[in-house]
Design a protein around this ligand. Structure first.
Ligand SMILES: Nc1nc2c(ncn2[C@@H]2O[C@H](COP(=O)(O)OP(=O)(O)OP(=O)(O)O)[C@@H](O)[C@H]2O)c(=O)[nH]1
Ligand SMILES: [Mg+2]
Length: 467
């Protein structure tokens, strides 16, 4: 891996430029408080794990690690496991996803406004004549309209900090401007009982009633969303923004377009996230989250333990302690990301990073007998990009003049991953099971999960002679 690694957390938390002495004192105080809170959560997590261990009493554990770079879809796949094997857990956490959906919308709006600022030429200059860009009357009108939208959206954007703080005060989130909210394991179940946002407004009270004045933040934020929905929609459909999208100057993260398209529903005062909303939410994982699914295999009670890790480069060292006794790994590689670069290092193409990381997994002697499954993920986005005319060759030169079509592109990427596995398969004993996936597609993903589970358990039972 290249040496120029940037730890995304230190980057996000570094002091702002030109900080005054007073601001510095306040920041240090806040950081000290955050540290105390963080230690408390670690203790809580340890206690939860110990209690779980005492409660278990199963015949065996089968440990499955979900690995892959940030944004590869590990947490989304984890939610699919929950939907399949513990739907009641996801159901009980439904309302705690609401602030996360709100934050996803706010980040999308902020990204649009920032791009309009940074790329005025693309957004507002329509004509290129005689090598000289001319500002038409229309573009001046567009600029005025965007300015006015910016003012009208300011109150909504101002709640971003409150929302982030609310997740953090439940002890589970930190905000990083570039990457959106970060989450510690187990936040959803805990925030169900502790977050300010669990004040349930889905009842017969007036959501904008007496509690709205500073006490019930949930209602205040919901009200702002309700008031601002049409402005968000106006911004998203504005010709200047459409131009940026068409010219690929504005590239929203995978699910943000989805949330912007659903703003009317999300801004309703009685909004409760749907399962699809939960699957589409972006919430970066911090550390390693463990999920246990009790199963019966034959006549044996087996605990299927799934570990969802943080995938950014600064977090990958946390994976290693889990290698020693892992039974299976699902490695997720988002192959739609051929035209994207790492947030941690803008020089590294995301497919290259996936291949490098997969190489180190395949070559690790601790994992030589692991049941290895590869998900070439986000095929729905890959299809959209190819249909929109994005050329793989432009980003992956070795793709050369192959047809820029789905079958060709997937076969090309698959062959590369298989070759990495073949070259790094100690003793040539380990098989590699590959699936083309879109883990936001519940029906297809659940059928793949069942298939993967059966195959992992067959191997496990054979190896441990549990049958
Ligand atoms: N359209 C589409 N979106 C996906 C797919 N898989 C994941 N996503 C979205 O991509 C975003 C990132 O997914 P996550 O599951 O949070 O990624 P992760 O691997 O857990 O990332 P880290 O926690 O940072 O390591 C989310 O908004 C998901 O909804 C997919 O196959 N198709
Ligand atoms: Mg995650």
């Amino acid at each position: 891996m290249p040496s120029a690694e940037i730890d995304p957390l230190s980057f996000a938390l570094r002091p702002p430029p030109g900080e005054t002495n007073e601001a510095r004192q306040q920041r240090l105080k806040n950081e000290a408080e955050a540290k105390i809170r963080s230690n408390r959560i670690d203790e809580l997590l340890r206690a939860e794990r110990d209690a779980l261990k005492r409660k278990r009493g199963t015949d065996a554990d089968v440990k499955l690690l979900l690995l892959g770079q940030a944004h590869s879809g590990k947490s989304t796949l984890t939610k699919q496991f929950q939907l399949l094997y513990a739907p009641e857990t996801l159901e009980s956490q439904r309302s705690s996803w609401k602030p996360v959906v709100y934050l996803n919308v706010l980040h999308a709006v902020r990204q649009i406004l920032d791009t309009l600022d940074e790329d005025e030429d693309s957004a507002y200059m329509s004509d290129k004549s005689n090598g000289d860009y001319r500002r038409s009357q229309k573009s001046e009108l567009y600029q005025r309209q965007i300015y006015s939208l910016r003012l009208r959206l300011a109150p909504l954007l101002s709640v971003e900090e409150t929302l982030t703080r609310s997740l953090a005060s439940a002890g589970h989130g930190l905000s990083s401007p570039s990457q959106g909210p970060l989450v510690r394991p187990g936040w959803a179940s805990r925030s169900n009982s502790t977050s300010e946002f669990t004040e349930d407004i889905i009842d017969d009270r007036d959501p904008y009633g007496p509690t709205a004045m500073g006490v019930n933040n949930d209602a205040v934020v919901a009200h702002l969303f309700f008031e601002s929905a049409e402005h968000v929609d106006e911004l998203w459909t504005h010709p200047a923004v459409r131009t940026l999208v068409k010219r690929r100057k504005l590239r929203l993260e995978d699910s943000r377009e989805f949330f912007l398209g659903e703003i009317g529903r999300i801004a309703s005062p009685y909004y409760l996230p749907t399962t699809d909303d939960i699957l589409r939410c972006r919430l970066q994982t911090l550390g390693v989250a463990e999920y246990d699914f009790p199963m019966n295999v034959g006549r044996k009670a087996v605990m299927w333990r799934l570990f969802d890790v943080g995938g950014s480069r600064g977090q990958r060292h946390t994976w290693v302690p889990f290698f020693e006794d892992a039974n299976a790994i699902i490695f997720l590689a988002p192959i739609s990301a051929f035209d994207q670069y790492l947030e941690e290092d803008y020089k590294i193409n995301r497919i290259d990073d996936s291949l490098q990381t997969f190489t180190s997994i395949c070559a690790n002697p601790l994992l030589k007998n692991v049941h290895l499954v590869l998900f070439l993920n986000k095929i729905d986005i890959l299809r959209q990009k190819l249909a929109a005319g994005v050329k793989v060759k432009k980003y992956i030169t070795s793709f050369a003049n192959r047809p820029n079509e789905y079958d060709e592109v997937t076969a090309y990427f698959k062959a590369h991953f298989m070759q990495v596995h073949r070259k790094n398969n100690v003793d040539q004993r380990r098989a590699l099971y590959t699936h083309m996936t879109s883990v936001v597609d519940t029906k297809a993903t659940q059928s793949i999960i069942t298939n993967v589970r059966d195959s992992i358990f067959r191997g496990y039972l054979r190896d441990t002679s549990l049958v």
